[in-house]
Design a protein around this ligand. Structure first.
Ligand SMILES: *Cc1c(COP(=O)(O)O)cnc(C)c1O
Length: 377
C-alpha cells in the first residue's frame, strides 16, 4: 500500500542525479576524489580532525570497535533500544554486548546510572546511541568512561550536525559512525562515515577499510604509487565515488533540511501537548538537533493498544514505525537474563510518526488529530 503520508521522504532533486551522472562520466567511480571531498566536508562541518568514508555505518561501527582495541573476552555496554548494528558490531570483534536500560519515556537514551551498575573488570567500552539525534547524557557518560578507562564509540547515525553543549555529536567520544542509508538524514542508498579526533584510530580505520593495503587503486591510477603491501587483516568497507558525490549534495542541503525539521517538530509538539496520555521524548531538549525521527510514547498503555493505534493510523494513510524493537528480545540475544524495564515499556508503547522536511503543517495537524482519535477509541 502507498501511504498518503510516508514515514520518510527523500530530499532528492536533480542535484543528486546530476552529481552521480558527472561522476559516472568522469571515468572514476570507485573510492577516489569524491570520497576525499566528502571526507573534507565532514571535517569542516563537524569540526572533527579525521573522517573516513565507509560502505555503511555497520562497517564503520565494526572498525570503531577494532580501532578501540576491543576484542575477545571484552564486554561492551550498549543500549538495547537501538538498531541491531549497535550491538552486532561488538560481537563482530569477539566481544560481548552488555545491554543497559534507557533513562525512561522522557529520555530514551542509555542511562548513565545503569552503565555504572553494569561495569565489570572485563568492561572495555561503551557504544552510545543518540536516539533521533537527541544527545545522550554525555557529560556523565564521559566521566564514567574516564574513571573506568573505557572507550566511547558514538553511534551517531541519527544525529548529523546535532549538538551537545556546543559540540557536534560524534566528536565527544573516541570515535563515531554515521549512516547514509536511504532513510537517514543524509541519504545515498548505502554509505557511512567514521570520524575521530584520534589520529592513530583514524589511520587504522583507513587502513582496515581497504584490506590493510598501504596504497589505494586511485593513488596507483594517478601515478602516485606503483606497489602496495598488506600490513593488517583488513576488509573491503569502501564507499564509492558515485555515492560520495550524492552524499556531497545531501550534505550541502543538510543545514536547511534540519531547519525545516525543527519547524515540523514544533508543529508536532504544539499539537501533541494537547493530547493526554502521551509523552514526547526529549521535550526539554534545547540543543540544535537533526530530528531524524519523531517518537512518541503512550502512557499507561500496552503493546496491543499501541499496535491498534498504529493500525488506525495506517488505515488513515499515515505510515508509522517503532524505534526500536528491543535488541535483547531478538532470538540471537534472548538467552541473556536481561532486566531492562524502561526499554521493555518503550519498545511496546512507542510510535514513530512521519518526519521529513517537506511535511506541511496541515499534514502534521492531520497526523495529530488521527492519533488523538485513535487514542480516544
Ligand atoms: C541505520 C542505523 C545503523 C546502521 O546503518 P547502516 O548504514 O545501514 O549500516 C546503525 N545504528 C543506528 C542507530 C541506525 O539508525
Amino acid at each position: 500500500m502507498d501511504y498518503q503520508i510516508p514515514l520518510f521522504n527523500l530530499n532528492f532533486d536533480e542535484k543528486e542525479a546530476n552529481a552521480a551522472t558527472e561522476t559516472i562520466k568522469s571515468g572514476w567511480i570507485s573510492t577516489g576524489p569524491k570520497c576525499a571531498e566528502l571526507e573534507q566536508m565532514f571535517v569542516d562541518m563537524f569540526h572533527v580532525e579525521y573522517a573516513v568514508s565507509m560502505s555503511n555505518c555497520t562497517d564503520a561501527l565494526h572498525l570503531a570497535c577494532l580501532v578501540c582495541g576491543i576484542g575477545a573476552g571484552d564486554e561492551v555496554l550498549c543500549p538495547s533500544l537501538t538498531f541491531a548494528a549497535s550491538a552486532n558490531c561488538i560481537r563482530y570483534v569477539g566481544a560481548t554486548p552488555v545491554f543497559c536500560d534507557i533513562v525512561g519515556s522522557n529520555h530514551i537514551n542509555i542511562d548513565p546510572a545503569d552503565i555504572e551498575r553494569k561495569i565489570t573488570a572485563k568492561t572495555k567500552g561503551i557504544v552510545v546511541v543518540h536516539m533521533g539525534g537527541f544527545p545522550a547524557r554525555m557529560d556523565e557518560i564521559m566521566a564514567i568512561a574516564r574513571k573506568h578507562n573505557l572507550k566511547v564509540i558514538e553511534d551517531a547515525c541519527h544525529g548529523p550536525l546535532s549538538e551537545y553543549k556546543g559540540k557536534k555529536l560524534g566528536t565527544i567520544g573516541d570515535c563515531a559512525a554515521f549512516s547514509f542509508f536511504s532513510n537517514k538524514n543524509i541519504s545515498t542508498g548505502e554509505g557511512g562515515m567514521f570520524i575521530s579526533n584520534n589520529k592513530e584510530m583514524a589511520e587504522k580505520a583507513r587502513l582496515l577499510r581497504s584490506h590493510g593495503m598501504t596504497t589505494m587503486s586511485y593513488q596507483r591510477a594517478a601515478g602516485h604509487a606503483t606497489a602496495y603491501d598488506i600490513v593488517e587483516l583488513g576488509y573491503n568497507f569502501r564507499l564509492d565515488d558515485i555515492r560520495a558525490s550524492i552524499a556531497i549534495e545531501q550534505l550541502k542541503k543538510l543545514p536547511a533540511d534540519l531547519e525545516k525539521r525543527i519547524e515540523v517538530r514544533k508543529c508536532y509538539v504544539d499539537g501533541l501537548s494537547k493530547i493526554k496520555g502521551i509523552v514526547v521524548p526529549f521535550a526539554d531538549n534545547t540543543e540544535f538537533t537533526s530530528n531524524y525521527i519523531m517518537p512518541v510514547v503512550l502512557l499507561d498503555s500496552t503493546k496491543e493498544k499501541r499496535d491498534h493505534i498504529r493500525d488506525c493510523m495506517h488505515a488513515a494513510g499515515i505510515q508509522t514505525s517503532v524505534h526500536y524493537p528491543a535488541i535483547h528480545l531478538f532470538s540471537i540475544y534472548k538467552d541473556g537474563s536481561w532486566h531492562l524495564p524502561q526499554t521493555e515499556y518503550v519498545t511496546d508503547n512507542e510510535i514513530t510518526l512521519p518526519m521529513y522536511a517537506a511535511l506541511t503543517k496541515d499534514q502534521v495537524d492531520f497526523i495529530v488529530v488521527t492519533l488523538k482519535q485513535a487514542l480516544d477509541e
